[in-house]
Design a protein around this ligand. Sequence first.
Ligand code: KG4
Ligand code: ZN
Length: 339
Amino acid sequence: MTAKPKIILGIESSCDDTSAAILVGNEIRANIIAGQAVHEQYGGVVPELASRAHQENIIPVVQTALQTAQISLSDLDAIAFTQGPGLMGSLTVGTSFAKALALALDVPLVGVHHMKAHILAHFIADASDASPTFPFLCLTVSGGHTQIVRVNDALDMQVIGSTIDDAAGEAFDKAAKMLGLPYPGGPLIDQYAQLGDPNAFEFAKPQIKDLDFSFSGLKTSILYTLQAAEKENPNLRQDKRNDLCASIQNSIVSILMAKLDKAVKQTGIQTVVIAGGVSANSELRKRLLAQKDKGWKVSIPKMSYCTDNAAMIAMAGSFYLAAGHTVGQDTAADPRLKW
Ligand code: KG4
Ligand code: ZN
């Protein structure tokens, strides 16, 4: 007799999105995300406002997920939540909610690492045409992280390169802010870049050893380029917005692709995937797919599983649960949760 597929409620609240998802086996039946517009006017996430919004959103988001999936609380086999890394106040809302619900329902509780979940999102049934096979390399690029991870197995991951300063998403967002675009600017840079010339402006390239990244020099280079060019044209940021966006995007994506290429050569692993919010970037997706001609096996999750979502938390939870990695009521949110 085959085992009944497990039904898992996933909860994500690490930053500024409150999300709940229902996973049955490896199929997502609901993935509800409530964003927080409150941060836009401040040009970045305000932690205190984020945790307040999570408090307001968590119950309606979980209820909507259950209703959408037509699952009742008594059907749940486990609850998986983001334990870290992330903002303490935000994580605490999801963690406390998950603990209380698991206690009330007497079901196992699974603490999930947010970045590992971004990687494991590839195993959701409808994430892509085909799930990657182990071992593979994953470029995890989000607002808080930029890493190259060697994924030997769902539970065995090794970071082989990471940023020494800003994350790629941060580089996108900070550059967007310099252009006067609202937060988060990454998706807007992507959008305007479609209309611009990627070679219109040239910025400094980082010289960082091994597989590590750096984006702080690029940020300074963009600022100096803007200041110098504005002496000629004070309206540059408006007039050349599309060219600036295309050039900034080209620089960031080139930095990412150069290190990924190096990692493939160093490890001999040609199965390459991307994960995290910045993997929604159309230029990065295009450049990665172009590597198929070189023999790389590439997998890119669909957009809704790239940016923060609870579907990936439920999927990671399912791997952890199967391996018996559950946590007790004494567990706590951990903003700096280790790999
Ligand atoms: O993974 P994520 O949703 O949240 C974190 O865990 O950080 O990533 C958010 C980041 C933001 O910096 C946002 O600007 C960036 O992902 N992002 C993009 C795009 N969509 C989201 N950056 C560039 N192009 C995009 N299309
Ligand atoms: Zn994320």
